[in-house]
Design a protein. Structure first.
Length: 327
């Protein structure tokens, strides 16, 4: 675990990033956006998240994943929260998002904020704040990202399939996917570190165990002993069981994920792929020995991701209920 001072460093870096974006757009990203319009907004979200984390610490990972999945499809606009309508598949019901969780936390936070400040705080911001607070609560430190994103009316589910990185992705594919969002290879390596918390369904990686190239083989980048353990947890054809992405540390936000990647124990093929590029490989090795560097870089990368496609002014709406567009 890094010292508190190292966390303060990355807090400053991320806050500065938000200020820079705010300078570019007076109505866009800036620190303290709700200071006057809803001064208790962050406190309300944090207390709501803390209540759920106190009951089940594993909820922190789904909240972080919600923010990631939201930002990678049309930007950070809260669209991942919308329900499907007749004849139109929503983002949350697309195949890559069927395992998303934590919606109930966002709904509870939104309801509480609406009582204090009706029609002021966007669902997108609540997703971002909840992700920050969830991680903070499992490491007793924080990631700062304050902005305003009003949320588009609807996202077609097929866009989630097209935009979200695949857990089976090769390094060139993953880098290209991140580049399309204005994120670098370094951001890819850093944000992959979020796999240090949370769980995954067997179908997200079982191909590595039973049919990697279509010939009934195992992914050679997967450590044999770890593959045998995964097979015992996920029998062939099992699509419902879940396993910890970082066994024994699923609620500890730290750098043990990178140690596992180095040792061939990253759960996804996309984890192993990080070792096939000089930039990402070097960072993986650096983070195994420097938690402070990882936490600092993670804060900055989260700030960059949180700025993707942010909507301001009249380009969206502040939804009264995050799952529904306003009537």
């Amino acid at each position: 675990m890094a010292s508190r001072s190292s966390f303060l460093t990355f807090l400053v870096c991320t806050a500065l990033l938000a200020v820079l974006f705010g300078a570019a757009d007076a109505q866009g990203l800036r620190v303290g956006f709700y200071k006057k319009t809803c001064p208790k907004a962050e406190t309300i979200v944090r207390e709501t998240v803390a209540g759920f984390v106190a009951k089940d610490a594993t909820v922190a990972a789904p909240l972080l994943r919600l923010h990631f999945h939201d930002c990678f499809v049309r930007g950070c606009d809260g669209s991942v929260l919308l329900n499907s309508t007749k004849g139109r598949l929503a983002e949350k019901d697309a195949m890559p998002n069927l395992s998303l969780d934590g919606f109930y936390v966002i709904d509870a936070a939104k309801a509480a904020v609406e009582v204090a400040c009706p029609g002021v705080v966007s669902c997108a911001d609540i997703v971002a704040l909840a992700a920050r607070d969830g991680v903070e609560l499992v490491i007793d430190q924080s990631i700062t990202r304050e902005d305003r994103a009003a949320g588009r009316a609807r996202v077609v589910g097929s866009e989630a399939v097209a935009n979200l990185p695949s857990s089976f992705g090769e390094i060139t594919e993953l880098k290209a996917n991140f580049a399309r969002k204005g994120l670098s290879a370094k951001d890819l390596a850093v944000l992959s570190g979020s796999h240090t918390i949370g769980n995954a369904h067997c179908n997200a990686f079982s191909k590595r165990l039973y049919n990697f190239t279509g010939k009934g083989d195992r992914d050679p980048s997967l450590a044999p002993a770890y593959a045998r353990k995964l097979r015992s947890q996920c029998p062939r054809g099992d699509e419902t069981s879940i396993v910890e992405m970082d066994p024994g540390r699923a609620v500890s936000f730290d750098t043990s994920y990178y140690v596992r990647v180095v040792n061939g124990k990253g759960l996804f093929h996309s984890d192993a792929a990080l070792l096939r590029d000089k930039v990402t490989r070097d960072l993986v090795y650096q983070y195994t020995g420097s938690a402070s560097k990882f936490f600092r870089d993670f804060g900055v990368a989260m700030g960059k991701m949180g700025s993707i496609g942010v909507l301001t002014g009249a380009r969206g709406e502040i939804r009264r209920h995050c799952a529904l567009v306003n009537a």
